[in-house]
Design a protein around this ligand. Sequence first.
Ligand SMILES: [Fe+2]
Length: 200
Amino acid sequence: MAHHKIFSTNLFVLNDFYKGDTEPMKKYISDLWTNREYDNNWQTKSANLHKQKEFKGFTDLVITTSKKIIKKLNYEVEDITITDMWANVLREGENHQAHTHSNNFLSGTYYLHSDKGAGITFQDPRPAADVIVPRKKLITLDNASLLIYASQQNRAIIFPSWLPHWVQQNKSKNKRISIAWNIQIKGQIGEHHEFQSAVI
Ligand SMILES: [Fe+2]
């Protein structure tokens, strides 16, 4: 019996992602945090961290890793660009509600400062998959309806931008600082002869 796992959702977990010095990024975000205008579920106002010198090494790594992923998935793209990169600071008890990242191809999150207190949950995106949900002897990557990944420090998770996700309530007394980003593909997308193409 051949077991085909079709129409995959491709998610990539990269532990020990960034080998460079994270202190300049932490300081940059901490300075913005200190001067913040509001408290709850704080995020950087401008999603332009990728344009700051403190984030150069990290940004380069995001780009090279994303290109590897696109190659691994056998897509052919002319180029990619980071459209947004921002920071999130979650204090104890805070969370992020369910969302997707529209107008992009790949998205990612990276735990700059975290003690696993606020994991990220991904939801099965197939609309018909919850019509019948049997009991499970064992929850696996193949039969799960929800998957939770711990917010482990120096872990990056890269996923399709359309995949619904949310962040659980931070159960730690410590702040969780994450960096998130979006990536769009550039140039010719799709095929003219299939009448479903774009150039961006
Ligand atoms: Fe998100």
